[in-house]
Design a protein around this ligand. Structure first.
Ligand code: SF4
Length: 530
């Protein structure tokens, strides 16, 4: 069986960083970890070819080669995902789909023509699918019986060998699935449950060893939605990772996502830094305590959020964080409060979004009951309006959002925050082995210096901070410069956010006015009826 694995295109987004990737001839931030894990679970006598459409083109020869096409996607990839299902059908190829989008909204993949829906987690449903194929069945829906979730200690090492490694900025691995918390808007706990399931330390070390043997020597993102969901197991893993990293002379920089309660566990933070973690993404969402309580994010209300950011940063982990506007009963000015919080805590990369109801989440079901969902299908990026009716006027939330995004990514605000944050981090505890400075790296360095240090009006801030970092914290210089380089992306992206959101808001307000006029005409007609 020849299987063509296709990963659909991501639209431009906050995280796409095209300009920064071009500097170093890379095409995407992260590889399709789900699809290469699928390839590892399927029978190894089958043949596999992976085409990640974010980094490669899909040729006629690829299609002709395939006996079966398998696609996996997140909701943001919806458009290309559905287009590739239709293309597979047009070419007469059987097509199987899975992943978070197909699991949340299987009817959409089915309507596009998918033959096999492999839903829920693949460790359970892929073997059932394989049996069906081997019985000669040409279609089917495969779900985990009784909502079972697999033990991830049985998950094999992903087929990293299928990737064109040089085209990615980071590699990814996963230690755990699931999160113990219950944030109302979160789809992770719907997809993976509230009991974190972790791999064994040996298992994840074997994955890192596989990447090491393939020659990978750059950053690795642990894609867990909450890396510290099971603190006991994560510490056991980190203790072994620490030894492995030292033996291998710290070949990777690591980063991950974690809940804010990381700040309460100094031992855990220290272990992470000792294992060469240099960044962590936190779901802070908002400094408004009432909104956090309402959305069931109680873990963020127990201690001061700004103290938590300080504790994490001063241990040596660069903080990235997510912020959301549009919670129910939010007081006006939420956007400004978020901007103030980000500035005060010096978080360089703050992903700011309007709240969206993702399918099947607790928020989605509540809003559906309350008749407040505006569309059946959620869209989830920074350039789309909210998909439900908020409790304060949508126009007010939207204008605060656009203004906040604009201020956060004002080029001097961004450079100043980044500088202050990197001074907080302190010197790295380990030196990675010195790498040869290649022409590619030198060219990227010169391009950043040209763009930031000559072409932009913020040139003096850039040079001042750069020399100051070299003097006061030289160990973080390379990391600091790579975060500064993202200024180009954010400058362009904030423009994108403003123009797209304002156009949608205009359309929304026009429809509201038309609706109000037609309602008033109807009322007039009724009152004029004798
Ligand atoms: S802490 Fe993060 S992963 Fe966990 S439930 Fe909340 S939003 Fe989801």
């Amino acid at each position: 069986m020849r299987v063509l694995l296709i990963y659909p295109i991501f639209p431009q987004s906050f995280w796409s960083f095209e300009k920064a990737l071009q500097l170093v001839d890379r095409k995407a931030m992260l590889p399709p970890l789900g699809l290469i894990t699928v390839a590892a679970i399927l029978p190894q006598e089958w043949e596999f070819k992976l085409v990640d459409r974010n980094v490669n083109t899909l040729s006629d020869a690829d299609w002709d080669w395939a006996d079966l096409v398998i696609l996996s996607a997140m909701i943001v990839q919806k458009e290309d995902f559905l287009a590739q299902i239709r293309e597979a059908r047009r070419r007469g190829k059987p097509v199987a789909v899975g992943g978070p989008y197909a699991t949340a909204l299987p009817q959409e993949a089915e309507a596009a023509g998918a033959d096999y829906l492999i839903l829920d987690e693949g460790e359970i449903t892929l073997p059932i699918f394989v049996e069906a194929v081997q019985r000669g069945e040409s279609q089917g829906v495969f779900r985990a019986p009784n909502g079972d979730r697999p033990d991830v200690t049985i998950t094999p090492i992903p087929r990293f060998d299928l990737l064109s490694l040089e085209l990615y900025d980071n590699m990814s691995v996963q230690f755990s699935r699931g999160c113990p918390f219950q944030c109302e808007f979160c789809d992770i706990i719907v997809l993976y449950g509230r009991k974190p399931r972790t791999k064994s330390p040996e298992q994840l070390l074997a994955e890192l060893e596989a990447l090491y043997q393939l020659g990978w020597r750059r950053s690795i993102f642990m894609v867990d939605d909450n890396f510290i969901g099971n603190k006991r197991n994560v510490k056991l893993f980190l203790k072994e990772l620490k030894v492995w990293m030292a033996e291998h002379e710290y070949p990777f920089h690591l980063s991950t996502e974690a809940s804010v309660d990381l700040a309460n566990d100094q031992e855990l933070m220290d272990l992470m830094v000792e294992c060469n973690f240099n960044g962590v993404f936190l779901g802070i969402e908002t400094p408004d305590e009432a909104s956090l309580t309402l959305t069931n994010k109680h873990q963020n209300t127990r201690n001061s959020l700004s103290d938590a950011v300080d504790a994490i940063a001063s241990t040596g982990l660069r903080v990235m964080a997510g912020f959301i506007i549009g919670f129910d009963n939010e007081a006006p000015g939420a956007g400004d409060r978020i901007v103030r919080f980000v500035e005060q805590t010096t978080i360089p990369i703050a992903i700011f979004s309007m709240l969206q109801a993702l399918p099947d989440t607790a928020l989605w079901h509540r809003l559906k009951r309350e008749g407040r969902l505006m569309e059946d299908v959620a869209n989830i990026n920074q350039t789309t309006l909210m998909n439900f009716v908020p409790t304060r006027p949508l126009e007010e939330v939207t204008r605060e959002y656009v203004r906040g995004f604009w201020q956060l990514y004002d080029p001097s605000n961004y450079l100043n925050r980044t500088y202050r944050h990197f001074l907080k981090l302190g010197a790295p505890r380990h030196k990675s082995k010195l790498r040869k400075v290649t022409w590619k790296v030198l060219r990227a360095f010169l391009t950043v210096c040209w763009r930031q240090g000559v072409a932009r009006e913020t040139r003096w801030i850039f040079w001042h901070h750069l020399f100051s970092i070299l003097k006061r914290n030289p160990g973080v210089f390379e990391h600091y410069l790579s975060v500064c380089a993202l200024n180009e992306h954010f400058l362009e992206y904030r423009q994108e956010v403003r123009s797209q959101i304002e156009a949608q808001l205009e359309e929304y307000l026009k429809n509201q006015r038309l609706h109000a006029v037609s309602e008033s005409r109807e009322r007039d007609a009724i009152s004029a009826t004798p």
